[in-house]
Design a protein around this ligand. Sequence first.
Ligand SMILES: [Fe+2]
Length: 255
Amino acid sequence: MIDIHSHLLPNIDDGSPSLAASLDLAQQAVADGVTHVLMTPHHMNEKYENPKASVIAATAAFQAELDANEIPLTVFPSQEIRLTRGLLDELAAGELLGADENAKYLLIEFPDNVVPDYAGQYFYELQRLGHTPIIAHPERNTAIINNPELLKDLLKQGALAQLTASSYVGTFGTMVAEFAEQLVAANWVNFVVSDAHVLPGRKYEMTAALQKLGSQRAAEYEANAKAAVNGTPIKRAPMAASLTKPSLFKRLFSK
Ligand SMILES: [Fe+2]
């Protein structure tokens, strides 16, 4: 199993606070059936700056620790890049890492609970330059929960989206889980990932999520993760025109 979103590198963002915690998370990943993990520390998110060279060095050092501790996990350098007005400059400066070596696929997170009004314009420009944005955890963004069309428009324009395994199996509560289920059913997400941090109640739940997806979608998502890491084309299942029902949030609060 390949996990294309994690915060396993020690001491560089809100993920793992120490090498010991990182090795512990790595062991959890292996126990969950994961063989390859992308290291995706936050970059440009106001609090954390993790430019390309430093992530590459930290990932190599972590791989050496994994090997020394005989933990059978292969790690690759990447980033979770905050969408800001500085994104295209950072790309031009060569400071961004993708899921693959040529940065064909870029993992993009939106500012908390917002979809910036320039997202469509910036995504268009990224794609014109040969980079496909992969939207991180749309199921936890309240702007998208309130108005799923915001996500749909970006997907129709060519972006991809990934679901956090914990969201899908219910760790973030019923509202997020139900919304995640709807996104899966509508083919509005293309991957399931751990987004592993060291947080109470957060653990590796990739196997549980894949089991819940059922064998066909699990195989599809696993193939997509492999294609992202290899920088090869990703098969997009046909998107439903809309979600089956308004989000639980809307149903509860629009009365
Ligand atoms: Fe993340």
